[in-house]
Ligand binder design. Structure first.
Ligand code: HEC
Length: 139
């Protein structure tokens, strides 16, 4: 479940099997760890994904994602360093794409990795949960 969200929201900075350093991953300081190479502690990763890291490039995703969606990402991170490119692509394609908030990406699995960033990254499209849980929490 976490694969599609990882590919849409995290891989630009944290990379993926078969994905070389990106402009973002090279340009950020402190540098984002390559999560396709290092395994992170699940509890620490959950906190960091939810709350972000102050004064770094690491955003807080808890504004737009439920705890369950964050845990799905944490679970995926435990597998990620063991995946080759083919397996990574399979998992991304087999997940519901950029799906947190209960809105599968239009066009389904195939397009999830190719969709334009403008459609994918604002984290606001059609989020019912955001309105329910995070009303007033937007920055
Ligand atoms: C714009 C770039 C960017 C994006 C997008 C991003 N991160 Fe990060 N992330 C960072 C940076 C930079 C750090 C390291 C900050 C530091 O060392 O102080 C970091 C740190 C982390 C860490 C802590 C790693 C450790 O060694 O403890 C985790 C886990 C993490 N990110 C997961 C994610 C996940 C999951 C996503 C997608 C939902 C994501 N990040 C999206 C830039 C990003």
């Amino acid at each position: 479940m976490g694969a599609g969200n990882y590919d849409a929201m995290c891989a630009q900075c944290h990379l993926a099997p078969g994905l070389g350093a990106s402009e973002l991953s090279k340009g950020l300081y402190p540098a984002p760890p390559n999560l396709s190479k290092v395994t992170v502690n699940p509890a620490a990763a959950f906190w960091v994904i939810k709350h972000g890291i102050k004064a770094s490039g690491m955003p807080a995703w808890g504004m737009s994602m439920s705890d369950d969606d964050v845990w799905s990402l944490v679970a995926f991170l435990q597998q990620l360093p063991r995946l080759d490119e083919e397996r990574y692509r399979q998992l991304v394609a087999g997940s519901a794409g950029h799906s947190h908030g209960g809105m599968p990406t239009a066009g389904g699995t195939q397009n999830a990795t190719e969709a334009h960033p403008d459609d994918e990254h604002d984290g606001r499209h059609g989020h019912q949960r955001m309105n329910e849980e995070h009303h007033g929490a937007k920055r």
